[in-house]
Write a protein that binds this ligand. Structure first.
Ligand SMILES: [Fe+2]
Length: 387
């Protein structure tokens, strides 16, 4: 069941798509005067956006003022948001907050937007006060094909290495630009890790306790687009379809939220630096098998074993497999074919680290959204299988 007030906002965003869609900024920006642009320090120049924004700034001189905040971190600690918020406070009255980058940069812009529009003393106030929502227009331009953060009402931030999800209806942007040309300079491992995130999000949206028919539709379209295009030889078409898949997976999890693999992934990222998409996908095959064997005894409240069976029938058909063993193998082969190891030890994680991971793996709102109740032993077994 969708959370109240969330799914109804799904169609509020105006989305501009396709090669060169970035040029729609020339129509959008003149409606605003004082614009904050949150950029990914490492991607802004290589993706070609820096040059375009420079031209745009000259063209709109006298009408718009651009203020830049640049960020380069991978997981977002609240201390970093705090530092960036001090910069934002100097820029006077903002009427548009734009983010151009991956999920972390978009999440940073979301938290800054809530803090800014409520004149918070510090960015940590956003974590402490769930009633604070964003009231400034947002424009998100993803430069990866993964998180779908441009399509969700939530943002992830870490405090003392513990993951917090901020979830506010006002975080859906007024505009999104999906321009595949911005993804051309992404190194293959970065693109592939973000695609794994999108694929995991789509799969989790299908089996999530909170799944709906609408979410399943977005999710199955995302899975099909990824499987059909991941090995396409047409580079721009491939990027365009993967970007669309990521957006659809974002819309799916905006309704459902994520489940067990995302819950286990957070300590893998915050304690061991495993990139988000890989961290999620490592435990996805094991979580799939665990969830497949859901019974009346271990099913989560609000779901029935028959619902879980239907979700797996859909997954078997999407992945063109006959049974759970073949699905598990197929999922493991996806991560390996994209160039990553399925073994925790290749990410610097040993047997002695597993109990720490289990300690941090039970994220509220994620673990209880898994269709099957998962115990410490279940999580430990999933991890041991991939050590
Ligand atoms: Fe994710």
């Amino acid at each position: 069941m969708p959370l109240p007030g969330i799914s109804g906002n799904n169609n509020r965003t105006r989305v501009f798509r396709g090669q060169g869609a970035l040029s729609h900024l020339e129509e959008i920006l003149p409606h605003y005067k004082n614009i904050l642009i949150v950029i990914d320090r490492d991607a802004f120049h290589p993706c070609g956006a820096a040059e375009y924004f420079k031209l745009l700034e000259e063209k709109l001189a006298g009408r718009c003022t651009f203020h830049y905040v640049s960020y380069a971190g991978k997981a977002l600690p609240i201390e970093d948001v705090e530092g960036k918020y001090l910069e934002v406070k100097q820029y006077g009255e903002l009427d548009l907050i734009t983010a151009i980058g991956g999920g972390t940069v978009i999440d940073l812009a979301k938290i800054l937007a809530i803090a800014y529009s409520n004149a918070c003393e510090s960015a940590a106030d956003v974590l402490a006060s769930p009633s604070l929502d964003n009231r400034v227009d947002l424009l998100f331009i993803p430069t990866t094909a993964g998180t779908g953060s441009e399509a969700t009402t939530f943002a992830v931030v870490y405090k003392d290495k513990v993951k917090y999800s901020i979830d506010r209806p006002g975080l859906l942007p007024a505009y999104t630009i999906l321009d595949p040309l911005l993804l051309r300079s992404l190194p293959a491992p970065v693109l592939h890790a973000t695609v794994l995130d999108a694929l995991a999000q789509a799969i989790e949206a299908i089996w999530a306790r909170a799944s709906t028919a609408e979410a399943k539709q977005y999710a199955q379209n995302a899975v099909r687009l990824i499987l059909d295009n991941i090995e396409s030889q047409n580079p721009i078409e491939r990027l365009s379809q993967l970007q669309e898949a990521s957006h659809l997976a974002g819309k799916a999890i905006n309704i459902t939220r994520t489940t067990l693999p995302h819950s286990i992934s957070y300590p893998l990222t915050s304690h061991f630096g495993v990139p988000h998409g890989i961290a999620v996908f490592l435990t996805l095959p094991g979580a799939a098998e665990l969830n497949y064997y859901t019974t009346g005894e271990n099913v989560q409240a609000g779901v029935s074993p028959a619902d879980v069976e239907k979700s797996f029938a859909l997954l078997f058909s999407l992945f063109e497999v006959e049974d759970i063993k073949a699905l598990r193998e197929r999922l493991s082969s996806v991560i390996v074919r994209l160039g990553f190891s399925m073994r925790l030890r290749n990410y610097g994680i040993g047997e002695a680290d597993l109990s720490l991971i289990v300690d941090y793996a039970f994220t509220k709102g994620r673990i209880d959204n898994n269709p099957r109740q998962a115990s410490r032993d279940d999580v430990l077994n999933i991890l041991k299988e991939i050590i």
